[in-house]
Design a protein around this ligand. Structure first.
Ligand SMILES: *[C@@H]1O[C@H](CO)[C@@H](O)[C@H](O)[C@H]1NC(C)=O
Ligand SMILES: *[C@@H]1O[C@H](CO)[C@@H](O)[C@H](O)[C@H]1NC(C)=O
Length: 191
C-alpha cells in the first residue's frame, strides 16, 4: 500500500516537471540576432536586425553604450509608436520585430548597442551588438590631397622646363643674330 502511494507521488512529480519544462520552452524568451558585429563607413546606414520569440507582446528598449557614454535610443512595442530619444529622432527607424535602423552614421556612433526585451510577465533578456564606423571618406580625401599635390608638383616641373627652354632659345637666337651681324661686318671689311 505505501509502496504504491510513493510511486504515484513520483509520477505526478515527473509529469508536473515535464509540463513546466514544456511551458517554459513554449514561452522561452529568446533574441535571434544573425549578425552581432557590424562595420560601416561614415554617412552609411546600418540595420541592427533581430527577431524575438516570447510569450505575449514584447517591449523593446535599445541603448547605446560606449567607453564615454551610455544613452537610451528608443523604446517601443510592436504596432505602437516608438518613443525615440531626441538625439536620434531624425536618424532612427524602428521595426515590429525589434530591429533598429540607424542612418547617416557618425564616428561617435561606434560602440555597443544593447537591446532589452521585456515580456508581458516581466521577464527580460538583453542582447548586444558591436558597431564599428570607418573613416573611409576621410582616407579618400587624404588620397585626393596627395594626388593633387603630386599633379601640382609635375605641373610645376613642366613649367620650369618650359621656362628654361624658352630662355635657352632666346639666348641661342640672340647669339645667332649677333654672329650674323659680325659676319656681315667682316664681309663688308673684305669688300
Ligand atoms: C526584422 O524586420 C526587418 C524589417 O521588416 C527586416 O529587414 C529584418 O530582416 C528582420 N529581421 C530578422 C532577423 O528577421
Ligand atoms: C520615453 O518618453 C519619456 C517621456 O514621455 C521619457 O522620459 C523617456 O526617457 C523616453 N524613453 C526613451 C527610451 O526614449
Amino acid at each position: 500500500m505505501w509502496h504504491l502511494r510513493l510511486w504515484e507521488f513520483q509520477d505526478v512529480a515527473v509529469v508536473l516537471s515535464v509540463g513546466f519544462y514544456l511551458c517554459h520552452l513554449a514561452g522561452a524568451l529568446s533574441i535571434y540576432c544573425p549578425q552581432r558585429s557590424l562595420s560601416r563607413s561614415i554617412q552609411e546606414d546600418v540595420l541592427f536586425s533581430v527577431n524575438v520569440s516570447c510569450s505575449g507582446v514584447p517591449a523593446f528598449h535599445w541603448m547605446f553604450v560606449s567607453a564615454a557614454v551610455s544613452r537610451s535610443i528608443g523604446a517601443w512595442q510592436p504596432g505602437t509608436d516608438a518613443n525615440v530619444s531626441e538625439d536620434y529622432s531624425s536618424r532612427v527607424q524602428t521595426y515590429g520585430n525589434g530591429s533598429l535602423g540607424l542612418s547617416n552614421l557618425r564616428l561617435q556612433d561606434a560602440g555597443y548597442y544593447v537591446l532589452t526585451v521585456t515580456e508581458e510577465g516581466g521577464r527580460s533578456k538583453d542582447s548586444g551588438l558591436v558597431l564599428t564606423v570607418n573613416e573611409v571618406l576621410y582616407e579618400d580625401l587624404q588620397y585626393l590631397t596627395v594626388s593633387a599635390l603630386a599633379l601640382a608638383a609635375i605641373a610645376g616641373l613642366l613649367m620650369l622646363a618650359m621656362w628654361l627652354l624658352d630662355k635657352a632659345y632666346r639666348k641661342i637666337s640672340a647669339w645667332r643674330s649677333r654672329r650674323e651681324v659680325e659676319e656681315r661686318a667682316t664681309e663688308m671689311q673684305h669688300l
